[in-house]
Design a protein around this ligand. Structure first.
Ligand code: FES
Length: 212
């Protein structure tokens, strides 16, 4: 049975706005939904003085709702300051689209999460993070929950392929329960490093694989 999509969702799905990649973005983020394994990447250009979003684009490997909400969210965020853009919620996107089927709510949450993560990336890169909390194992695991395990399309923590995490004097070591010659180990390693190296008090991130 087809899902009850509104006209607007279908319209945005067929003709999405702000789709694509920005070369040399000021910030970017990639998020996946553990519910369905879909991935979204979002790029930002930000005016350094006014902190306004001057350009924003997204690439989605998600479903129709995700493409439609990504499109709406980028339109809502363009021209806003980072502080204003932080206040955009999945409900704003869903309302703009005339509602989403309940099973598709997570698709709009994913679109909002990736916007928030890109803003966070900007703030981390530009030393704008206000509260500096000391990095702990829990903080690392929280970040790792956003790294997908492509083997099953769920995050690497939930699928138990993270064996251990150690945080000590500015370094993090993550030991993975898959062998280095696994076809996805390189992607996972890159993503883990990308997510953890931005932590303000971390200088070194090491990822080891089974039997290393
Ligand atoms: Fe996963 Fe929509 S079903 S993003």
């Amino acid at each position: 049975m087809p899902l009850p999509y509104s006209e607007k969702v279908l319209e945005y799905f067929k003709h999405p706005k702000n789709v694509g990649k920005i070369e040399n973005p000021d910030a970017k983020a990639k998020e996946g939904s553990p519910a369905c394994g879909d991935m979204v990447t979002l790029y930002l250009k930000v005016d350094e003085k006014t902190k306004r979003i001057t350009d924003i684009k997204f690439e989605s490997f998600g479903c129709a709702s995700n493409i439609a909400t990504g499109s709406i969210i980028t339109e809502l965020a363009k021209g806003k300051t980072l502080e204003e853009a932080k206040k955009i919620t999945w409900k704003d996107a869903s309302e703009e689209l005339g509602g989403l089927p309940p099973v598709k709510v997570h698709c709009s949450v994913l679109a909002v999460d990736v916007l928030k993560a890109a803003i966070e990336d900007y703030e981390e890169r530009h030393g704008l993070v206000k509260e500096h909390v000391k990095t702990t194992k829990e903080i690392v695991l929280k970040r790792l929950k956003h790294v997908m395990n492509p083997i099953v399309g769920l995050d690497i923590v939930k699928t138990n392929i993270v064996n251990d995490v150690n945080v000590k004097e500015g370094s993090i070591s993550v030991s993975m329960g898959i062998p280095r010659d696994n076809q996805f180990s390189k992607n996972i390693e890159e993503e883990v490093k990308e997510r953890l190296k931005r932590l303000w008090d971390i200088k070194k991130v090491e990822v080891t694989f089974d039997e290393e």
